[in-house]
Design a protein around this ligand. Structure first.
Ligand SMILES: Nc1ncnc2c1ncn2[C@@H]1O[C@H](COP(=O)(O)OP(=O)(O)OP(=O)(O)O)[C@@H](O)[C@H]1O
Length: 366
């Protein structure tokens, strides 16, 4: 495997003193290490030496190299300092960050975050995605555990995107490819339709909803349940009709289950979960409008990251009347053609789609 990648920086592993294990998963561990030479602490992702994991590490390194053109600080992306081998393990060195957004949210005394925190977080994540997408790369696994807070004591907090293990160039996305985390997956991936940068925008919309609600918006145990929650909250799309839990039970003996802490009848209800100060009303409405534009079921109509950054939500000088609806703003921009939740099993995707969608409509896709 050593021949597959060329290690460009190979520090003497003896100089690295392991202080703590700060992350763990199927891939291996993330360790906090101190370089005894420079006395600097870093995060080292130590991948297991199994064939599949090695291959994924090689692909992650290829993506990290592709992103080298981006400034990690101004682009809100974790700084990568190269990789080296320790025995048969590929080790990647990253700047050490503080804690995930998921853990940050858990630690808050309020249910969700305040507007003073939501606004900079959305701006920074949209900045990260705008730059990532400018390199024609899709992250494909955006979720609160893959967003890190740089320093929880800093105000406003600074966040950075991590984990490019599932990221891929847009040109290499294959029809029917499905992976990642079901709760944050856009409908096009769950239905096996090709996806692109707009996929990340869906996940960003869900992250923002979660930061407001203090819980997941679509935490289904199965792909069917996740899609059902979307339809119950956002309505049926005109092109396909979703089978009801009763249809599923009578036809296949499949039990749907409800695992939601909060059930919304529409995305507009998100506003009720934000701080209710009168002076924040304009911001509340604009943020909900932005979330709705990110959670557009039709990927081709979803707002893109650079458009989020241009939205009046981030410009206090724009009068209220011109910031009513992100959808209206979109109509004047170019056409966009084109931790621990369950992961997707690809093999049964086609069969699954046949089961949950009425056949005639499934052929249409989204
Ligand atoms: N630069 C970093 N600084 C501090 N902690 C980190 C850093 N990178 C990763 N971690 C921690 O390690 C965990 C796993 O890292 P990462 O997400 O890169 O691996 P992964 O293989 O994709 O894991 P998962 O299966 O959870 O997606 C993160 O959730 C985070 O808690």
């Amino acid at each position: 495997h050593k021949t597959q990648v060329e290690s460009n920086r190979c520090p003497d592993a003896a100089l690295l003193f392991l202080e703590d294990i700060i992350g763990e998963g199927g891939f291996g561990v993330v360790a906090k290490c101190r370089n005894t030479d420079t006395n600097k602490t870093v995060a080292i992702k130590i991948n297991k030496s199994e064939a599949g994991i090695l291959q994924q590490a090689v692909e992650e390194i290829a993506i990290l190299k592709r992103l080298r053109c981006l400034n990690p600080d101004t682009c809100n992306i974790v700084r990568w300092d190269g990789f080296f081998f320790h025995k048969e393990n590929i080790c990647m060195t990253f700047e050490l960050l503080d804690q995930s957004l998921y853990h940050y949210l858990q630690e808050q005394h309020t249910r969700g975050l305040t507007m003073g925190e939501l606004k900079p977080i959305l701006h920074q994540l949209a900045t990260a995605l705008a730059h990532l997408h400018s390199t024609e790369t899709v992250h494909a696994d955006l979720k609160p555990v893959n967003v890190m807070v740089v320093n929880r004591d800093q105000h406003p907090i600074q966040v950075k995107l991590i984990d490019f293990g599932l990221a891929c160039p847009v040109s290499e996305v294959k029809q029917g490819a499905c992976f990642g985390t079901v709760w944050y997956s856009a409908p096009e991936m769950l239905l096996g339709v090709p996806f692109k940068e707009s996929f990340d925008m869906w996940s960003l919309g869900l992250i923002m909803a979660e930061l407001i609600l203090g819980c997941h918006l679509y935490p289904g145990k199965t792909v069917y349940d996740v899609l059902r929650f979307m339809v119950e909250t956002q309505g049926q799309t005109p092109r396909w009709r979703f089978k009801s839990p009763e249809d599923m039970y009578y036809q296949y003996g499949f039990y749907a289950s409800d695992t939601r802490d909060i059930k919304l009848k529409s995305l507009d209800e998100i506003e009720q979960y934000m701080e209710q100060d009168v002076e924040l009303e304009k911001d509340r409405k604009m943020l909900v409008s932005l979330i709705k534009s990110m959670l557009n079921m039709d990927a081709s109509k979803r707002i893109m990251a650079r458009e989020v950054l241009q939205h009046p939500f981030f410009d206090p000088s724009i009068p209220e009347s011109s910031s009513a609806n992100a959808g209206e703003i979109l109509a004047h921009t170019e056409n966009h053609e084109g931790n621990t939740s369950p992961s997707i099993s690809c093999r049964r995707q086609r069969e699954f789609n046949r089961r949950i969608l009425h056949p005639v409509t499934f052929c249409c896709g989204l």
